[in-house]
Design a protein around this ligand. Structure first.
Ligand code: NOJ
Length: 535
C-alpha cells in the first residue's frame, strides 16, 4: 500500500519536544524547574504546535546524574513536585490534545535504590543477583577491562562483601542484571504503573546497554582512539553493549505496551545505522522509534548528511518509521555546532525530512551553549574528565522566557547560570518578531502538520550541487514540496533535469525569498534553505 494511504499513529504524525525539567520553569523559587512550572508553560507548547512532550527523569533520585540515577521508579522527586502534580500535568497535557512521554531508565538504578541497598547488604541476599557482581581476579584486579562512560573502570569494589559490581555510568548508577527474570518483571511492572496512569510512551535510556556478554569477555581496543576523546572510547564496547539478547528484552517491553492502546517507546541508541535498525525488532515488534542521532553526530556537510539520509531510508525495515533528532541534553546545541544562520537551515531539515522530529527545548529560540565556569560545573561527566571539555551543562541552561531577571525562569538563584544574552534572545521577544528563530519553528511545524506530503509523504532525493541537500516530499493527491538546503556559507546552485520542478517558495530561512516563483535553476545564497510548494 502506498504510504500516504496508510493510517498513521500520533507518534508518526506528530512533533516531539524534549523538556529538561530542571531547566524549563521553576514555580517555587528554589532555582530548579518543576512540574507546576511546566504546567504554566503548556499553553506555550500548544501555541508552538508540538504534539508530544518528553520529560527527562522526574523520579526520586540522589541526583548524582541529575535524575538518571533513580531511587524510586514510582514516585516524583519533591524538587519537581508530587504525584498529584504529575496527575494534573498529565491531565492538562491530554486536555490540550497532546501526549506525554516519560524517561524510563531500566539499565541502572541509583546506588540508593532499595533494590541495590538489599543487593549490597550480603552475598546471599535474595536481590544479590539483581545487579552484576563478580569476584576479583586472583591478583585482586577488576573482572575485565570494561570502562565507565563517565571515566575510569566500570567496576567498583565493595569492601564489606568483597566483590566488584559493574556500572556502565557512575559508580552511583549500578547496572541491573537483566538476565534475572525477577529484574525483568520488576521493570515491566514499572512500565505498567505509568501506563495505567495514562502515560503515552517512554523514552528508554541507553537501550543498547541493557544486557551484557554472559562471559564478561574483555572489550577490544579502539584503533581510532585519539587522546582528546572520552576515556571510554579507548575500547570498542562490543561485549558490554548491543548484545543479541537485548532484542528479547525490547520485545518484552513492547508486549507490555501493546497491551494498551496507542502507546509507544523510543529507544536511546547510539549505534551505526545498520545496527540501529535492528531495534525496530523482528516483525516490527521492537522500539517504535529507535532514536536516530545522525544529525547530531555527523559533520555538518551536505554530502555526508545526504548519504546518511539515503542509507537510513534504505536500511529501514518494512513499516519501520523514521525519526530525526537535532539536539538533546547530552550533546552540544545545534546553534553552537553550526552557527546561528545554519541552525535555521537545520530547522528546515529537521522539520521536512521523512520521520518524526524531536526538538530539544530552547533550540526553537536558537539557544546557544552557555560557557559554565569550572567552579560552577555540575555535570559528573564534566567533573570526571575535566581536561576534555565534556561537560553537558552548557546545553542544559535555563529556558529563556523573557527579559525579566533570570529570564522568567526562576525568582530564586538558578541551578545553572543563564545565557548572558537572554534579554535579547527570549521567547517573548521572538514571538513578536516574524523573522525570529521561534517564528520560523512555529511556521515549519504548522506547515508540516497541515501538509500530508510533509507529515507522512514519501521522500525522494534530488541530486544537486555538492553543497546542497535537495529532496521532494509527496503524498498522492496532495501538494508536493521541494526542499533545497544550502549547508554551506557560500552560494550554491540547484539545477534540476526535471522541468516539472517549478513552484513558489513557501518558507525560507531568509524570508525575502518567500512568495518567489522558482524554476529549474535555483540560486541560493550561503545559509539559505527553501521549501517550495510545487505547481
Ligand atoms: C543517557 C542519558 O541521556 C544521559 O543524560 C545519562 O547520563 C546516561 N544515559 C546515563 O543514564
Amino acid at each position: 500500500m502506498e504510504e500516504s494511504q496508510k493510517t498513521h499513529y500520533w507518534w508518526q504524525k506528530g512533533v516531539i519536544y524534549q523538556v529538561y525539567p530542571r531547566s524549563y520553569q521553576d514555580s517555587n523559587g528554589d532555582g530548579i524547574g518543576d512540574l507546576p512550572g511546566l504546567l504554566q508553560r503548556l499553553d506555550y507548547l500548544k501555541w508552538l504546535g508540538v504534539t508530544a512532550v518528553w520529560l527527562s527523569p522526574i523520579y526520586p533520585s540522589p541526583m548524582a546524574d541529575f535524575g538518571y540515577d533513580i531511587s524510586d521508579y514510582q514516585g516524583i522527586h519533591p524538587l519537581f513536585g508530587s504525584l498529584a502534580d504529575f496527575d494534573t500535568l498529565l491531565a492538562e497535557v491530554h486536555q490540550r490534545n497532546m501526549k506525554l512521554i516519560l524517561d524510563l531508565v531500566p539499565n541502572h538504578t541509583s546506588d540508593q535504590h532499595p533494590w541495590f541497598l538489599e543487593s549490597q547488604s550480603s552475598r546471599n541476599n535474595p536481590k544479590r543477583d539483581w545487579y552484576i557482581w563478580h569476584d576479583a581476579l586472583p591478583d585482586g584486579s577488576v573482572p575485565n577491562n570494561w570502562l565507565s562512560v563517565f571515566g575510569g573502570s566500570g567496576w567498583e569494589w565493595d569492601e564489606p562483601t568483597q566483590q566488584y559490581y559493574y556500572h556502565g555510568f557512575l559508580k552511583e548508577q549500578p547496572d541491573l542484571n537483566w538476565r534475572n527474570p525477577a529484574v525483568q518483571k520488576a521493570m515491566l511492572d514499572v512500565m505498567r504503573f505509568w501506563l495505567d496512569k495514562g502515560v503515552d510512551g517512554f523514552r528508554v535510556d541507553v537501550m543498547w546497554h541493557m544486557i551484557k556478554d554472559d562471559q564478561l569477555r574483555d572489550n577490544p581496543p579502539n584503533p581510532d582512539y585519539k587522546p582528546h576523546m572520552a576515556t571510554y572510547e579507548q575500547l570498542l564496547p562490543v561485549y558490554s553493549t548491543d548484545q543479541p539478547e537485548v532484542h528479547d528484552l525490547v520485545l518484552q517491553m513492547r508486549e507490555v505496551l501493546d497491551g494498551y492502546s496507542e502507546r509507544m517507546m523510543i529507544g536511546e541508541i547510539y549505534l551505526p545505522i545498520h545496527q540501529l535498525v535492528a531495534y525496530y525488532g523482528i516483525n516490527g515488534k521492537g522500539a517504535h522509534l529507535p532514536f536516530n542521532f545522525q544529525l547530531l553526530l555527523l559533520p555538518w556537510e551536505a554530502r555526508q548528511i545526504g548519504a546518511a539520509v539515503a542509507q537510513y531510508e534504505a536500511l529501514l525495515p518494512a513499516d519501520g518509521w523514521p525519526n530525526w533528532v537535532l539536539g538533546n541534553h547530552d550533546q552540544p546545541r545545534i546553534t553552537s555546532r553550526v552557527g546561528r544562520e545554519q541552525a535555521r537551515v537545520a530547522a528546515l531539515l529537521l522539520l521536512t525530512l521523512r520521520g518524526t522530529p524531536t526538538i530539544y527545548y530552547g533550540d526553537e529560540i536558537g539557544m546557544r551553549d552557555v560557557p559554565i565556569p569550572f567552579e560552577e560545573v555540575q555535570d559528573p561527566q564534566g567533573l570526571n574528565m575535566p581536561d576534555k571539555n565534556l561537560s553537558r551543562d552548557p546545553a542544559r541552561t535555563p529556558m529563556q522566557w523573557d527579559a525579566s531577571p533570570n529570564a522568567g525562569f526562576t525568582t530564586g538563584k538558578p541551578w545553572l547560570r543563564l545565557a548572558g544574552n537572554f534579554a535579547r534572545e527570549n521567547v517573548q521577544l521572538q514571538k513578536e518578531d516574524p523573522y525570529s528563530m521561534l517564528s520560523l519553528y512555529k511556521r515549519l511545524i504548522a506547515l508540516r502538520q497541515q501538509e500530508p506530503s510533509l507529515m507522512t509523504g514519501e521522500y525522494l532525493p534530488v541530486y544537486s550541487d555538492t553543497q546542497l541537500i535537495a529532496y521532494i516530499r509527496q503524498a498522492a493527491g496532495h501538494a508536493r514540496f521541494l526542499v533545497v538546503l544550502n549547508l554551506s556559507h557560500r552560494p550554491g546552485y540547484f539545477k534540476s533535469q526535471d522541468p516539472s520542478l517549478t513552484g513558489v517558495v513557501e518558507i525560507a530561512t531568509f524570508p525575502e525569498l518567500e512568495g518567489h516563483e522558482v524554476g529549474e535553476a535555483i540560486n541560493l545564497g550561503g545559509d539559505e534553505g527553501i521549501i517550495v510548494r510545487l505547481d
